[in-house]
Design a protein around this ligand. Structure first.
Ligand SMILES: Nc1nc2c(ncn2[C@@H]2O[C@H](COP(=O)(O)OP(=O)(O)OP(=O)(O)O)[C@@H](O)[C@H]2O)c(=O)[nH]1
Length: 307
């Protein structure tokens, strides 16, 4: 049997529970307390990585727990990043992000239905948590990028080459796919330095890196190995096509003068080609391409030789 006092107390408790439930969710949408918990959880999760793409994925997945979203697009022209997550839909909301005047890029949320005011407020609250992790991820990416770039030519440096080469040989060996390698050395480069000075020599290196990149497919990878030597990894490329590619590069270099001290200076390159065989490892493949390059030099320069 329930007394009158007990019944009143129970009614008071029920009303309290209802108010609490209401403050957690209105029309299926989480409000203040819940959002604060989500902000806290998001801030915690975003501490887990300095990688830009992981940061954006964590953010997207966490925000989706608070607001229904189909897609997110992030772009920053300054860092050359464009990244999409989920499915992009008709209704979008854009935010330009910055801290202390430093641009951090643009985020576009999208979904099939319109966003309402309280959802926009929630997105903005959660975006507030993203600013500093995003800034740190961008700084980390810039540091990583510059540690792997050759400052003279802007292409991958020796460290980038080492990592990429080991990885590509391992992958090609494991999957049984074709892989070829070019070792490219500028002919008589010392004369350019001697005649025009080191700064102009650097200009020629830059010009050559661009000519190489323009002569290759996007999936080919070109690096400055050191000094006036470049290396190119050709994925999914057999020996015959690698030799044709090398010949195309040789001709392109010979036909594209660099502008040095307002004069057109023609350079040439000697190229060694090697194709990955069943019993090759990264060192043996490289040595064959390198020896072939020296054979091309001995044969008179401005030549392609296959090892
Ligand atoms: N400007 C400039 N010169 C460099 C750089 N790195 C190496 N060099 C120069 O590259 C030249 C290489 O000379 P060598 O090894 O004799 O080769 P080469 O003159 O190209 O002759 P061959 O390779 O035999 O055709 C040297 O003068 C180096 O100082 C660089 O970053 N910038």
């Amino acid at each position: 049997m329930v007394t009158m006092a007990e019944s009143k107390a129970r009614q008071r408790e029920d009303a309290k529970d209802k108010r609490a439930a209401h403050s957690q969710r209105v029309n299926g949408f989480p409000v203040e307390n819940k959002l604060r918990d989500m902000q806290f959880k998001l801030a915690h999760n975003l501490q887990c990585s300095l990688d830009l793409y992981t940061t954006l994925e964590l953010f997207f997945n966490n925000v989706r727990e608070a607001v229904t979203l189909d897609g997110l697009r992030y772009s920053t022209p300054t860092a050359g990043v464009e990244y999409s997550l989920g499915d992009q839909r008709a209704h979008t909301v854009n935010y330009n992000l910055s801290t202390n005047e430093n641009p951090l890029g643009q985020i576009i949320f999208s979904r099939a239905q319109k966003f309402n005011e309280s959802e926009l407020a929630a997105l903005e609250m959660l975006l507030g948590v993203l600013y500093y992790p995003l800034r740190n991820a961008l700084l980390y990416q810039a540091a990583l990028h510059s540690s792997l770039r050759d400052p003279v030519t802007g292409i991958g440096n020796r460290a980038a080459w080492d990592a990429a080469y080991q990885r590509e040989v391992k992958l090609a060996t494991r999957h049984g796919t074709e892989l070829s390698l070019l070792v490219i050395d500028i002919d008589h480069f010392k004369q350019v330095n001697d005649n025009y000075g080191h700064q102009q020599g650097d200009k020629l290196l830059k010009h050559l890196a661009k000519t190489l990149q323009d002569s290759l497919r996007e999936t080919d990878q070109v690096f400055r190995y050191g000094g006036e030597e470049f290396v190119v990894i050709l994925n999914n490329t057999n020996a015959k096509d690698a030799a044709l590619t090398a010949e195309r590069i040789r001709l392109q270099v010979a036909m594209s003068p660099a502008l040095i001290n307002d004069q057109e200076v023609f350079a040439s390159v000697s190229i060694g080609v090697a194709h990955l065989c069943a019993d090759d490892d990264p060192t043996s493949l490289f040595n064959r391409a390198d020896c072939a390059m020296y054979a091309a030099k001995r044969a008179g320069r401005n030549k392609v030789s296959c090892g």
